[in-house]
Structure formats: C-alpha cells, structure tokens
Design a protein around this ligand. Structure first.
Ligand code: MG
Ligand code: MG
Length: 247
C-alpha cells in the first residue's frame, strides 16, 4: 500500500531532507584527490551529530557505513573505508537521514580532480538529467511508470545501461516504503500518482551493460563489465502541480 503523507509529515520529511542536503553539499565540497571515503564518512558523522539526527543506512540489514560511497564501477552501497580518491575518479555519495521519525534520502555523483574524461562527465550529466526528467513526471494523475520510463528512454537514448536490480522507493516513516520505483518501465502503466505520496527517485545508470554484481563484502554493487556507473537521487512529494523536492 502506498502511504499518503499529511502536510505536517511532508514538513518533517523536508527537515530530514535539509540535513541530507547539507551533508551532501559539505561532502561534495570536500572531495579531492588524496581524500579517503572514510574522511567523508567522518564529516557526515559530525554533521549528523550536530543536528541530533541519525543515519538511515548504518545498521540497515547490518550495513556498516553512515553513508554510501561508490567509486567508478561501483553502482551503489559502497562502504566508506581506506579507499583514496584519485584525479579522474567519479564518486557517488548517498545519504539517508532519520530525524524525528521521518526519513529523507538523496545521492549525487561527483568527478574528482581535473583529469576527468569526457565519457565520465557525460555519464554524470545524463544521469542527473534523467533524474530531472523523471521528477517532471512525478505529477498527480500520472502513472508511476511514467517516471520509470522517463529515466529509461533518456538513458538508453545515450546508449547507457539502466540498472534493473536496484530501484527507487517510497519513503517517509521508513527508509523503504511502497512502491518500488524502477528506472525502467512502460509509460501509462503502474499505480496512479496521488497527492501526498513521497518517492525516492534514483536513476543508477551504467556506461555499458545494465548488469551488476555484488562484491564479497556483501554490499558493494559493481557493474558486471566494470565500466563506470553514476547515481543521482532526490526525495520528492507529489503535490498539486510540480513535484516538491524535499532533499
Ligand atoms: Mg539513497
Ligand atoms: Mg534510496
């Protein structure tokens, strides 16, 4: 069942969303060659503490990190650690926060240093634009898979692979609620979008094939062909007219 949130609940989710945004902004400003993903995690921990909030990821099915950091061919769920960033890398940072019982979730992919390839930049740009196009479809009266289709059409028109194995999700009182929000699907199908629904829309787009596999740490998802992957995510509410971005 897809939960409908009240105005007050949307406000609480957006308060969690503000913390998520702040963390992403700080981490984005802090990424450069030589920094480790554990350094980024430490910064996130500080901010979470300052706002008296909680990581939505740490302890989720045993996930050890406070944030997810996924480098290059890593798609999602990378665990922060000793990995040192190098110029030319791309890094996806995913942050989920719970504050006062409500959750928000957002992610972005950033290029590291100045030795970034054109193809890496293009993948990042297309993935970010796919999210924008998807959010444009998150409108009352549309169907859920209109969102999915917008991502798929745009990404595949650039020859990229759209990850099937991981999907977006409803969010609010828990990190993952109904419905699943795939990044592929047929226009005009799926549940009708109603005011008060809150969705985490999160295209995961691969430079090559869509297939992924999970490394032996049990978490880190990588592209099967080891080509690059990018990830952008926002938590959005279906309202009157345009979707309201809560992160
Ligand atoms: Mg996320
Ligand atoms: Mg998510």
């Amino acid at each position: 069942m897809i939960d409908i949130k009240s105005e007050n609940e949307l406000k609480l989710i957006s308060e969690a969303g503000e913390i998520v945004n702040l963390i992403l902004k700080e981490l984005k400003a802090g990424v450069r060659p030589g920094v480790t993903t554990a350094d980024l995690e430490r910064k996130a921990v500080e901010i979470i503490k300052k706002f008296d909030a909680r990581s939505a990821f740490q302890g989720y099915r045993g996930f050890p990190g406070v944030i997810c950091t996924s480098l290059n061919e890593q798609v999602v769920h990378g665990i922060p650690g000793n990995t040192r960033l190098s110029s030319g890398d791309i890094l996806s940072i995913d942050v989920g926060i719970e504050k006062n019982g409500y959750y928000a979730d957002s992610a972005l992919t950033v290029p590291i240093g100045d030795k970034i390839s054109e193809k890496a930049l293009s993948l990042i740009e297309v993935t970010e634009k796919a999210l924008r196009l998807a959010i444009e479809k998150a409108v009352e009266g549309n169907r859920l898979f209109d969102i999915s289709n917008a991502v798929q059409e745009f990404a595949e028109s650039h020859g990229y692979g759209v990850v099937r194995e991981f999907v977006g999700h409803g969010i609010g009182k828990s990190l993952h609620e109904d419905p699943e929000v795939p990044n592929f699907g047929r226009q005009g199908t799926g549940p009708r979008l109603k005011r008060g629904m809150v969705l985490a829309i999160e295209p995961m787009i691969n430079e090559g094939g869509y297939e992924v596999e999970v490394l032996s740490d049990g978490w880190t998802a990588v592209t099967k062909d080891r080509l690059l992957s990018a990830h952008f995510e926002h938590t959005v509410a279906i309202t009157e007219g345009e979707a309201r971005i809560l992160t």
